[in-house]
Write a protein that binds this ligand. Structure first.
Ligand code: PHE
Length: 481
């Protein structure tokens, strides 16, 4: 059987999808969010759970999203609708696509603010505005940058405009071309910074912090945060990967592609950690300083290293580009949907969504200045956008995707699309049927305090053993029948 719809857009180059998907997943999540979350949740234990979640949940869900996108050839709503129809199931599952679009929009609304920080630091670095000789001095610069809504609003607006312009240009011209040179450049910058960190004195402390596994630090909230971040960093459940998958040529291997993207993403996050924590410890800074962590610590390191000024500028340039290649992917689903299902041109769709985005992101931006006191249950609007997407929408979307692939669709549908050797296919299927749903539900329950005594992995083992037995039994019965 062939794919059920003809693709309109396809990636041009052999590496088009890999570049774009890596561009989407490698972003502020790796360089800004991963280090500060690791700092907040106490280091190695968080990192460990994060890595397990990437491997056990992130990779299979990413494969599923790419397969769904490629089989349905369209925006998440349309693609999922086509794929469930093909299996004779309810079109209501396309609700997952709606949720993904909402999630991508919400993420982008706070993401442009952080990307605005990156661009403003690029500017500061060019204009000599990042000079301070202590962590406190850097913190003051960060604070002053946030305090003026006109200043911060200017930078986030700039990012919004750039994002919409690229998305409006389209898949090949806009997205594919801009990611081609970014990844290698970013990696080179990180290597330079790690080399500096090795010689700066506190490299050991940084490594120790990142990799020392202390299970005592694992609270339910930390596990949920790590799982949510695994979704975030791989751009899952937000329409990005699924929509990019819709442009993937039929002859590419989904499994291999996924592994490359997930590996690159993980490597960049770990490299960012290795570049950042030694600086933090060398300067007596608190790793739990929150979202400003990299903006307060790195400029200090740049100042001390030879050629630091140049490296600083290149670094913030790369960070800006990494943020942009992620930003465009968050809104691609919505733009593709407006374009395919409502006949709007891509440019119109992008600018229309852009106006809405600008309003919501401006509200998020105000969390750092005039709206500093506008809090609901202790969180700013900015924090709420982050919290709701990473801790609820994405894990829920991942759960829905796993259930859809594992139990709802006809088996042949994704089996054909994935084209895996049979042992690997069995592993994937088992993972989406049991590992992902069980793990996600248990992490939720644990975070809600339902499982009380912290997360007990024996429960997971028990449920999995039961599931395997039932699966084996059912398979045997089916063979008899
Ligand atoms: N993965 C991106 C990052 O790490 C963020 C992202 C989330 C991109 C969701 C697209 C969709 O920065």
């Amino acid at each position: 059987m062939t794919a059920i719809a003809r693709p309109k857009n396809l990636w041009l180059g052999r590496w088009g999808f890999v570049l774009a998907a890596t561009g989407s997943s490698v972003g502020l999540g790796n360089i800004w969010k991963f280090p500060y979350m690791t700092g907040e949740y106490g280091g190695g234990a968080f990192v460990m759970v994060y890595l397990v979640c990437i491997a056990a949940i992130g990779v299979p869900v990413m494969m599923t999203e790419i397969a769904l996108g490629r089989r349905g050839r369209g925006s998440p709503v349309d693609a999922i609708r086509r794929v469930v129809r093909e299996s004779g199931r309810s079109g209501l599952w396309s609700g997952l696509g709606w949720m993904a679009m909402l999630c991508g929009f919400m993420i982008l609304s706070f993401y442009v603010v952080v990307a605005g920080w990156a661009v403003s630091y690029l500017w500061k670095s060019l204009s000599g505005g990042l000079a301070a000789d202590s962590v406190e001095g850097m913190a003051a610069i960060f604070g002053a940058n946030n305090a003026n809504p006109w200043n911060l609003g200017f930078w986030s607006t700039l990012v919004t405009v750039a994002t919409m312009a690229i998305v409006g240009l389209g898949v090949q011209a806009g997205i594919e071309r801009s990611v081609r040179w970014m990844m290698p450049g970013l990696v080179v910058m990180l290597v330079v910074m790690i080399v500096y960190a090795v010689f700066s004195g506190s490299f050991g402390a940084g490594v120790q912090f990142l990799f020392a596994f202390d299970p005592g630090k694992l609270t339910g909230q930390a596990i949920l945060a790590a799982m949510g971040h695994a979704f975030f960093t791989l751009s899952l459940a937000s329409g990005a990967i699924l929509t990019y998958g819709a442009y993937l040529p039929a002859d590419r291997s989904i499994g291999r592609t996924t592994l490359v993207v997930a590996l690159c993403d993980t490597l960049v996050a770990l490299m960012a950690g290795l570049a950042i924590f030694p600086v933090i410890f060398a300067n007596g800074m608190d790793p739990a300083s929150g979202p400003g962590l990299i903006f307060m610590s790195l400029p200090l390191a740049f100042q001390q290293m030879p050629l630091g000024g140049v490296i600083e500028t290149i670094f913030f340039l790369m960070l800006t580009v990494a943020a942009l290649t992620s930003a465009i992917s968050m809104i691609e689903a919505t733009v593709a949907w407006l374009n395919e299902s409502h006949g709007l041109s891509r440019a119109r769709a992008a600018w229309g969504v852009g106006v809405l985005l600008w309003i919501v992101s401006t509200l998020a931006m105000l969390s750092f200045n005039v709206g500093a006191d506008w809090k609901l249950a202790g969180r700013h609007f900015f924090d709420w956008l982050d919290f709701l997407t990473s801790r609820f929408l994405m894990p829920l979307g991942g759960l829905g995707t796993a259930l859809l692939a594992g139990f709802v669709l006809r088996r042949e549908s994704l089996e054909e699309e994935l084209g895996l050797p049979s042992a690997l296919y069995a592993l994937w299927r088992f993972t989406v049927r049991y590992v992902c749903p069980v793990a996600i539900v248990m992490v939720f329950l644990d975070a809600l305090g339902v499982l009380n005594a912290g997360f007990d992995w024996r429960w997971l083992a028990l449920v999995l053993v039961l599931a395997v037995s039932v699966e084996a039994l059912l398979a045997r019965l089916a063979r008899r029948a």
